[in-house]
Design a protein around this ligand. Structure first.
Ligand code: F3S
Length: 406
């Protein structure tokens, strides 16, 4: 791999031990993937922020970095934490967990990260341009910025995204290169009867059939909303580690099927109808008669999504004994609070939490056992992250509301 004189000096430790560690990791990653060189980037997004998922090992690492004076070189946001930083007691988060979580966030801030604490930084806090190369580590955000914005990122892990943030560079490889962004699997979908949650089930189904280097090209009978495409992308990333998809006539690099495909050969073709999704739900998720919680916002809910939920709940009240929580970013929450929809949601008994989500918060420790959600990524990960103590069923939001609110 070609290295500049300055990069060689970084490797030799002239810029300090952490810069040397960061560049060595990125060069190794680049060599494994036949990258020609490193390229500069202006933004990164880090995962590994919830104390539930990263534990004391991350705390020790960040403490060492901060005490050695490490500073991130580029604009860097961070993923959701294990709790709402302001209202963690309303989530019944144990105080000792809260203390460790707060320290983790303080350390990230000292490094220079912006505490966006959202998996959807592309809505406001960290929105790359079309064609811009970035280093994003949250899998749902990776799919979103590649597919719906046309920015370019590989699917980074916590450490390589952190390394990129330290030196402001990434190896030029994978999805950063135009020739690797063409689709190779055609998925023809009759989505006329799809609810929003069916798009997540579609993502689980297709992701399971593919390998991480595949890029599916969807052709929808009816144009889905952004919400539905976000649910699809997050689920593709969960079940198949997919980093990008095209949707013909919708996503910016897929004006036509031919453009999306480029010179790549189509290796497979799927034709999918609503009937195919029932098997997905039956195979991977539970059936629950009566939930103790409803969780919405995986990925973090947008303003439009929260408005849509509010409209469905207008004049209704959620049944006692069911926690109805929406997860979003602090930026979106502040906007919601300025709208009449906020009172409608509050009166219905909904709580909106920022900075965290249903997967990375320690929900198994607060007595939750049966969950309904409209997000298949959440349904995929909640049981895994909660030591199989929690069952999850995927349902459309309209059906959920009709069953637990009146
Ligand atoms: Fe976001 Fe948590 Fe889902 S980080 S994509 S809401 S698992």
């Amino acid at each position: 791999m070609y290295l500049t004189r300055e990069e060689e000096r970084m490797i030799d430790g002239e810029y300090g031990e952490w810069v040397a560690k960061a560049i060595r990791l990125l060069v190794k990653l680049g060599e494994l993937n036949n990258a020609e060189r490193l390229v500069e980037i202006k933004r990164a997004h880090l995962s590994g922020v919830s104390y539930k998922t990263v534990g004391d090992a991350a705390l020790d690492l960040l403490r060492d970095m901060v005490s050695d004076g490490v500073k991130l070189k580029i604009y860097t946001t961070i993923n959701p934490a294990g709790m709402d930083l302001l209202n963690w007691d309303e989530m019944d988060i144990p105080p000792d967990f809260a203390e460790k979580q707060k320290e983790l966030i303080r350390l990230y801030i000292k490094l220079g990260a912006k505490p966006a604490l959202t998996c959807a930084p592309y809505i406001f806090e960290n929105k790359p341009d079309f064609g811009e190369r970035v280093a994003f580590a949250e899998s749902s955000a990776v799919v979103y910025v590649n597919s719906l914005i046309g920015a370019r990122t590989n699917r980074h892990g916590s450490l390589d995204a952190l390394s990129s943030a330290i030196i402001g560079k990434v190896p030029l490889m994978g999805l950063l290169l135009k020739e690797n962004r063409y689709g190779n699997v055609f998925v023809d979908v009759n989505n006329e009867k799809f609810s929003e949650s069916d798009f997540g089930l579609l993502g689980i189904l297709v992701g399971n059939e593919l390998s991480p280097s595949d890029i599916p090209i969807f052709r929808f009978k009816r144009k889905p909303s952004n919400w539905r495409l976000r649910l699809l992308g997050a689920a593709l990333a969960a079940s198949g580690a997919i980093a990008m998809f095209h949707a013909v006539g919708i996503t910016p690099e897929a004006k036509t099927l031919e453009v999306a495909q480029g010179d790549r050969e189509l290796e497979d073709k799927f034709v999918i109808d609503i009937s195919d999704l029932k098997t997905v739900a039956d195979t991977y998720f539970s059936k629950i008669d009566s939930p103790d919680a409803v969780f919405i916002g995986c990925p973090h809910a947008s303003l439009d999504e929260i408005r849509e939920i509010g409209m469905l709940l207008r004049g209704k009240k959620i049944r006692d004994g069911v926690r109805f929580w929406i997860f979003t970013s602090r930026y979106i929450l502040e906007q919601v609070k300025n709208e009449p929809i906020y009172n409608i949601l509050e009166n219905a008994g909904v709580k909106i939490f920022a900075d965290t989500c249903m997967v990375v918060a320690p929900i198994e420790e607060i007595g939750i056992r049966k969950v309904w959600t409209n997000g298949s990524k959440a349904a995929w990960y909640i049981p895994k992250f909660a030591g199989r103590k929690i069952q999850v069923e995927v349902k459309p939001i309209s059906e959920i509301i009709s069953m637990i609110a009146e």
